[in-house]
Design a protein around this ligand. Structure first.
Ligand SMILES: C[S@@+](CC[C@H](N)C(=O)[O-])C[C@H]1O[C@@H](n2cnc3c(N)ncnc32)[C@H](O)[C@@H]1O
Length: 283
């Protein structure tokens, strides 16, 4: 049995399946519309059991997953959904010891997933132009003990990144194609690039910019997650789903040697003309 300790996050699920996450503090209590739960009745006991409010209503007590924590973050911006965040970690090869840049911080949804993945020896460098957004994200991560693995920059990424030779770099900003020179200056050769954009027009602009700047292995993907009603006798999908979050674009940083290797017919017109002038064969 692992007893809950002060500072631990716990997920409380009401009889009508409403979920909330609280951080345990001795002497405090949770006010619910079914009555009160004292934190002291949770501290020292394991999660995974049902506790009753002072009015006798049953609440399920669970340890929240990373997906639960992201979904219940206090937020000022749209956040990256857990289905996308999980895949981003795998595609960018983010694990303990890696150095990763992300922008914008937003509410810290992706920052949370990145920090949990790179700890204890790696680091996340997060950039956000709006101080109030980053202040909330920082609070969100501090309460989870993840602040120690993150360097916070309030800075427009148009001014460039302050780190170099990072292993991976992810952009969740409206116009990622505008920052390719800055990305190239910060990301190590062969390093992992990723971005999320909500519209196909943005995807087109981004892949054009990636080819122009000698990125290779460019992919465009989207993830559709369909939940099912968990009723064994009548198993079928939920009636509603979140049908669109964003398109995921991934690439690797190349240099001028990649230009001849890359598929020139995929590159934008200007870059293709330049390749022809340089005598680089295509098709
Ligand atoms: C959609 S939110 C990011 C959400 C975040 N990935 C999350 O999971 O919580 C986009 C953020 O990018 C920031 N942003 C946009 N352009 C920027 C720039 N040029 N430099 C730094 N931050 C920027 C915005 O202020 C906004 O907070």
């Amino acid at each position: 049995m692992t007893p809950l300790r002060p500072g631990d996050p716990v997920m409380l699920i009401s009889p009508d399946r409403k979920v909330r996450i609280v951080f345990l503090e001795p002497g405090r209590q949770v006010e619910t519309h079914h009555g009160v739960i004292a934190h002291d009745d949770l501290i020292g006991h394991p999660a995974g059991r049902v506790i009753t409010t002072h009015k006798g209503y049953p609440y399920l007590v669970l340890e929240p997953s990373t997906a639960d924590l992201i979904q219940h973050l206090k937020r000022r911006t749209q956040i990256i959904f857990p289905k996308d965040a999980a895949y981003i970690l795998l595609r960018l090869n983010v694990h303990a010891g890696k150095r990763v840049i992300e922008a914008g911080t937003g509410s810290g949804g992706l920052t949370l997933a990145l920090a949990r993945a790179v700890q204890p020896t790696g680091r996340v460098y997060t950039y956000e132009e709006r101080a109030e957004h980053q202040a909330l994200a920082r609070r969100n991560l501090t309460i989870l003990g993840l602040d120690a693995y993150v360097t916070w920059h309030v800075r427009d990424i148009g001014e460039g990144f302050l780190e170099q030779e990072v292993d991976a770099l992810f952009l969740d900003v409206r116009t990622p194609w505008e920052y390719m020179p800055q990305v190239k200056a910060a990301l190590k050769l062969g390093g992992f690039f990723g971005a999320l954009v909500p519209t196909t027009n943005q995807v087109s602009q981004l892949i054009d910019a990636l080819y122009t700047h000698d990125f290779v292995n460019v992919t465009v993907e989207e993830l559709l997650l369909r939940a099912y009603k968990p009723v064994a006798a009548r198993l079928r999908p939920e009636d509603r789903m979140i049908a669109h979050t964003g398109y995921l674009i991934f690439a690797r940083r190349g240099d001028e040697t990649a230009r001849a290797w890359a598929q020139p017919h995929l590159r934008p017109v200007a870059a293709r003309r330049q390749a022809e002038e340089e005598g680089i064969p295509h098709e």
